[in-house]
Ligand binder design. Structure first.
Ligand SMILES: Cc1cc2nc3c(=O)[nH]c(=O)nc-3n(C[C@H](O)[C@H](O)[C@H](O)COP(=O)(O)OP(=O)(O)OC[C@H]3O[C@@H](n4cnc5c(N)ncnc54)[C@H](O)[C@@H]3O)c2cc1C
Length: 190
């Protein structure tokens, strides 16, 4: 199927993106598109406008100093290949490496995965277990949401219309504590 008609904008600054989202509260943020475009093609979602945040390079990257901060546009591949994360948060790296196939991992973003709030997805479970905090911005300012409050319902996160998730912060794990991620693949998804 084809998506219903929609307008498209590709802002080059965060301020511009927030203006667009605030003026068009039914607009959807487009990151890697690996969940959103599928949902639009089966018309599960019919947003009148897409705000493509792909040009906001400041939202991509991993910073480690005590806590770990991951920008919303950071891809699974960025996480999978991060040596610092492999040392500090192996569970996150194992999780990213087990998502889909290389195309999905090269395009799919951490922000998109958690904002989509699919209970069957890998990354939401892991960031919930790691006690992540989610940074969200809108024209009214910035707020931080705890993992336990972020996933509201199936396909519903705590990101409000007009807001954008900019990144997540994962607290440093206590010394002597380890982590691992084991994925039990559903036979039907072969
Ligand atoms: C073939 C295939 C295999 C897959 N296999 C797996 C798998 O094994 N495990 C798994 O967990 N997932 C899997 N997925 C899903 C994929 O991992 C997710 O679709 C992807 O990570 C979502 O990120 P995205 O950047 O593509 O988000 P998009 O599709 O662009 O967006 C998803 C949703 O999040 C919103 N959004 C995105 N970014 C932001 C933001 N910064 N702020 C606010 N809202 C935002 C969008 O508006 C949309 O509602 C698979 C997908 C495909 C196509």
């Amino acid at each position: 199927m084809y998506p219903s008609d929609f307008a498209y904008a590709a802002p080059t600054t965060l301020a511009e993106a927030l203006q667009l989202l605030s003026q068009n509260p039914e607009a959807k943020v487009l990151a890697g598109g690996h969940s959103l475009l599928l949902a639009m093609r089966i018309r599960l979602m019919t947003p009148p406008m897409l705000v493509d945040i792909g040009k906001l390079s400041e939202l991509r990257g991993i910073q480690v100093n005590g806590n770990v901060s991951i920008g919303a546009l950071t891809t699974y591949r960025d996480v999978e290949t991060s040596r610092e994360l492999a040392e500090r948060l192996p569970m996150l790296v194992e999780c990213a490496a087990n998502v889909g196939d290389p195309q999905v991992r090269n395009r799919g973003t951490i922000g998109g995965s958690v904002a989509h709030a699919d209970p069957a997805a890998d990354m939401p479970t892991v960031v919930l277990a790691l006690g992540a905090e989610f940074k969200v911005v809108g024209l009214q300012g910035e707020r931080t949401i705890a993992a336990g409050d972020f996933f509201v319902d199936m396909l519903q996160s705590a990101v409000e219309p007009g807001e954008l998730l900019t990144g997540i912060t994962i607290p440093q794990m206590p010394a002597q504590m380890g982590s691992a991620y084991e994925k039990f693949k559903h036979p039907a998804s072969g």
